[in-house]
Design a protein around this ligand. Structure first.
Ligand SMILES: [Fe+2]
Ligand SMILES: [Fe+2]
Length: 227
């Protein structure tokens, strides 16, 4: 991790510690504990952390922004993986050809998005947090699954819009702009699919064991590890 990322991470940790020190001091006060040496040490730590944070904010503003950008991108990555897992999973179960094809297409696009995000995180000198295939709600009802993913696409669009307002890095703006356009198109197609299946009772036959498509390749990462 480059120095500017390490120091931003340290600042974040120390700010949490500072809150803990504050509540400890308050607790000492409310319980009438008069350990002067401890109290003085805690107060000194509090002052030192405050001056460290002030100094870092003044000297490493760009590093702090990049650190926040990495956090934002890792958060976005979670959403992309939800799409990768679910769309490929349900595509493998769908008996309706149009539905299977669309879900497979969406899954492929989410893989591209995840790869773009991973590349950007690495370019910033940080490590992507690859989500594991955590236990997910498994829908048997096609319509319910589609509605849940229409909401997830909406969340992704909103996240992109929020991101471009916060970070001005041109490459980041391009990345988020590209993803947003794809998610809008997914949302539109899902709405059409919802209409198609609204009056059709169709269910998925759930498979507990699922092997993801082989073409997924995230270099040395193992995105499909159960987590
Ligand atoms: Fe996506
Ligand atoms: Fe999407």
């Amino acid at each position: 991790m480059p120095f500017k990322m390490s120091i931003a991470s340290l600042k974040e940790t120390l700010e949490v510690e500072k809150e803990l020190i504050k509540s400890t001091l308050e607790q000492m006060e409310s319980e009438n504990i008069h350990e002067t040496a401890v109290k003085n040490l805690l107060s000194k730590l509090q002052t030192d952390i405050t001056s460290f944070v002030t100094k870092i904010k003044a000297d490493f503003e760009d590093g702090l922004k990049e650190y926040d950008m990495v956090k934002y991108l890792n958060n976005m990555l979670k959403l992309e993986y939800k799409g990768i897992f679910d769309y490929n999973y349900y595509a493998s179960l769908a008996t309706d050809k149009e539905l299977a094809d669309r879900l497979r297409e969406f899954g492929a696009v989410e893989i591209q998005h995840a790869q773009m995000i991973i590349d950007k995180i690495r370019a910033l000198g940080a490590k992507p947090k690859i989500p594991g295939a955590a236990k997910r709600a498994k829908y048997t009802d096609v319509l319910e699954m589609l509605k849940e993913h229409a909401a997830a696409e909406k969340e992704a669009i909103e996240l992109c819009e929020e991101g471009v307002k916060i970070f001005t890095d041109p490459e980041f703006q391009w990345l988020l702009g590209t993803i947003r356009v794809d998610e809008i198109s997914h949302q539109r197609v899902i709405k059409e699919l919802v209409k198609k299946f609204e009056n059709v009772q169709m269910v998925f036959k759930i498979q507990e064991k699922y092997n993801p498509p082989k073409e997924i390749n995230f270099k040395s990462d193992e995105p499909w590890t159960e987590g």
